[in-house]
Write a protein that binds this ligand. Structure first.
Ligand SMILES: Cc1cc2nc3c(=O)[nH]c(=O)nc-3n(C[C@H](O)[C@H](O)[C@H](O)COP(=O)(O)O)c2cc1C
Length: 212
């Protein structure tokens, strides 16, 4: 039996980098949100590491995080090409995306030439150490290459009423986020994770609408 395009599940790629595990926690929540939408499957991937292995081995904390992420495959260009939507997660580095994520995005020239990501929905999430450490600049600047690819940017609308809570934490109309402390020792709050799920759900819902 031949399956038509509309018979198959849509795939939303959640691709992230994480050194201390917090962006990974957000990524798993985003994937959960994607999975709540009928007919849409989350595909969780991490971008390749650039830190030398001996540096990781000499830092027990980072080493433990890397071990805990071993079950998540490393993304390749095909994962992006095959996805019906992509959600990018990066810790903030000086108000911008991390070099691991930038290096991966810079591998997508062939996809850009062929317009393979054009018309696909995209979302972004991040974490920072500090409250005003650049979540919005990171998310918005990460959107710039996605716009070059012709992706359709999806944020978190205020129908997600947690955005209006005055509790300490992340989450904005630009995307999901968390504030994790100067040593990255804190974790995303329940509210941060709920907003991350909303982002996942929303990208999945938009991907479904775009297919119809
Ligand atoms: C080189 C470097 C630059 C950073 N720049 C910022 C920054 O601009 N603002 C901020 O609040 N935190 C900054 N941080 C802290 C990271 O954002 C924080 O460790 C990260 O969000 C934790 O995510 P993870 O647990 O997924 O690694 C920086 C960390 C490093 C190593």
């Amino acid at each position: 039996m031949v399956c038509s395009m509309s018979d198959r599940d849509l795939k939303i790629l959640i691709v992230f980098y994480s050194m201390y595990g917090n962006t990974a926690r957000l990524a798993r929540a985003v994937a959960e949100g994607v999975g709540e939408v009928e007919g849409v499957k989350p595909v969780l991937r991490q971008v390749p590491e650039l830190i030398p292995q001996h540096t990781i081995d000499s830092n027990p904390r980072i080493k433990a995080v890397k071990e805990s992420l071993r079950d998540i495959p490393v993304a390749n260009v095909n994962d992006l090409a095959e996805a019906d939507g992509v959600i990018f997660g990066t810790p903030t580095r000086f108000g911008n995306m991390c070099s691991q994520m930038k290096q991966s995005i810079d591998q997508t020239g062939s996809l850009w030439l062929e317009g393979r990501l054009e018309g696909k929905p995209a979302g972004v999430f991040t974490s920072t150490s500090t409250l005003h450490g650049g979540q919005e600049t990171t998310i918005i600047s990460t959107m710039i290459p996605l716009l070059h690819h012709g992706m359709i940017i999806v944020g978190v609308p205020y129908s997600e009423s947690r955005l209006l809570d005055m509790d300490f934490g992340g989450g904005s109309p630009y995307g999901a986020s968390a504030v994790v402390g100067p040593e990255s020792e804190m974790h995303p709050t329940e509210r941060d994770l709920a907003i991350a799920k909303t982002l996942g759900r929303r990208v999945a819902e938009v991907a479904k609408k775009l297919r119809n």
